[in-house]
Design a protein around this ligand. Structure first.
Ligand SMILES: Cc1cc2nc3c(=O)[nH]c(=O)nc-3n(C[C@H](O)[C@H](O)[C@H](O)COP(=O)(O)O)c2cc1C
Length: 178
């Protein structure tokens, strides 16, 4: 079965969800993003595809900083809450009941309940179709004690995967094949 080019996303694999945390003045903004990927190890670069209508995009453009926070399955309902289109001056941290965690290097906050928090300074952003590719240089990463105890195994059993389309359904990693 062939798919129309505009439906190519259905031919890709489901992607893990991260929360991107930014600041708008004192307002702590956070929202879920599934289109993200590591880009370079040295220098350490990570990218996210973000529509330029998002508060997250505008805040990164204004401040040059963001934190990529990796949620576990216990945060699925928080993820859904942070996805709601609140105005820019409303903090989704408060709406979703997430605890801001002070970062070491950047001003934007991490999330205490998340598995990891990756602090980034904006390296560059470039328009790509209906999204912008936003690339951050990692300036510090913080991992939960639980993940550290697992030997920093990235196949974290609780990491949340976004299953396709507008269904807003989520899954966790399945069998690990060695
Ligand atoms: C699971 C999930 C993944 C999402 N991934 C992206 C994404 O990769 N890029 C994007 O621009 N929007 C994505 N969104 C939509 C934004 O999270 C949503 O529009 C949010 O309200 C933006 O918040 P903000 O305006 O505070 O930045 C996603 C939403 C959900 C629920």
């Amino acid at each position: 079965m062939d798919l129309e080019p505009l439906h190519f996303l259905k031919a890709t694999t489901p992607m893990p969800v991260v929360l991107v945390s930014t600041l708008y003045g004192d307002v702590k903004n956070i929202a879920p993003y599934a289109w993200h990927m590591p880009i370079s190890m040295d220098p350490p670069l990570i990218g996210v595809a973000i529509r330029n209508i998002r508060d997250t995009f505008k805040n990164i453009e204004d401040t040059g900083e963001f934190v990529i926070c990796v949620p576990g399955k216990d945060l699925v309902h928080h993820i859904k809450e942070t996805a709601k289109p609140y105005p820019r001056d409303v903090s989704e941290f408060e709406k979703a009941g997430l605890t801001p965690q002070k970062s070491k290097v950047v001003s934007a906050f991490g999330v205490k309940e998340c598995i990891t928090n990756i602090e980034c300074k904006l390296e560059w952003m470039k328009e790509a179709g209906d999204h912008h590719v936003v690339v951050g240089r990692v300036v510090n990463s913080n991992v939960s004690k639980e993940l550290a105890d697992l030997g920093l195994d990235r196949n974290h059993p609780d990491a949340v995967i976004h299953i396709g389309g507008g269904r807003n359904a989520f899954a966790v990693i399945g069998d690990i094949i060695k």
